[in-house]
Design a protein around this ligand. Sequence first.
Ligand code: ATP
Length: 250
Amino acid sequence: MSNYILEIKDLEIDYGIVKAVKGISMHVEKGSIVAILGANGAGKTSTIRSISGFTKVKDGQILYNGEEIQNQHAYKIVQKGIMQSPEGRMILNGLTVEENLLVGAYSIEAKTDEQGVKTSRKVRIKGLLTEVYGYFPILLERRKQQASTLSGGEQQMLAIGRALMGAPELLLLDEPSLGLAPLIIRDIFNIIKKIKEDGRTILIVEQNARQTLKIADYAYVLEIGKVKIEGKAKDLLNDKDLISAYLGVV
Ligand code: ATP
């Protein structure tokens, strides 16, 4: 059996006459961080949104644990274990920090393990909250605060935390560094690495190539809807020509 949690084959997405994704293929190994890099408009967001069921696929296949999931409803994809932290964070400003986190747990159900031990929904959600607050202690401190009062970095933490509340096997992150100061980006990326080390698989879309390659295992560089380059993150990071030609100086 393949060790790929996700395989994308010849994916095509278009918005009327705009062809955003023109036949890309990629794979994500279980337990790894895979990055999708590229400039504005390269097709990164379209690709990741098609995995979570928010964007319609015109052609090609998306296989999750071997099962075709392209063009399935977003809620079904969540039930299969894929959660996305969207570009722009999409925090519910009128709710508290903890209420935002609980929104992410809407698909959580009671679970029975191989030994027949049942864990209730309530207990699972409590465990997930503890996990999220472990990664982001500032969210615990601010759990009763309105989400609108958080800083940009804290809101990004909340967006990632909310996705983790769905207990995803595959976590999709769309531009987590967007609009944040370098020190905060470093902190958040360190936590993303820790989330991987704790056993989750992560697919991350980013424009901040250098920082992302430091935590990723493998990366794809998109250019106008196509995979221009792919390879081990370590190799891409050491290729100075590539960094300056395709990824800008970041
Ligand atoms: P960004 O970093 O700006 O989000 P991206 O690499 O994620 O860029 P996409 O957002 O996937 O790129 O956009 C790819 C192309 O598709 C762009 O030309 C964009 O203008 C176009 N596009 C994206 N969404 C739509 C839409 N809903 N309707 C029409 N065109 C769209």
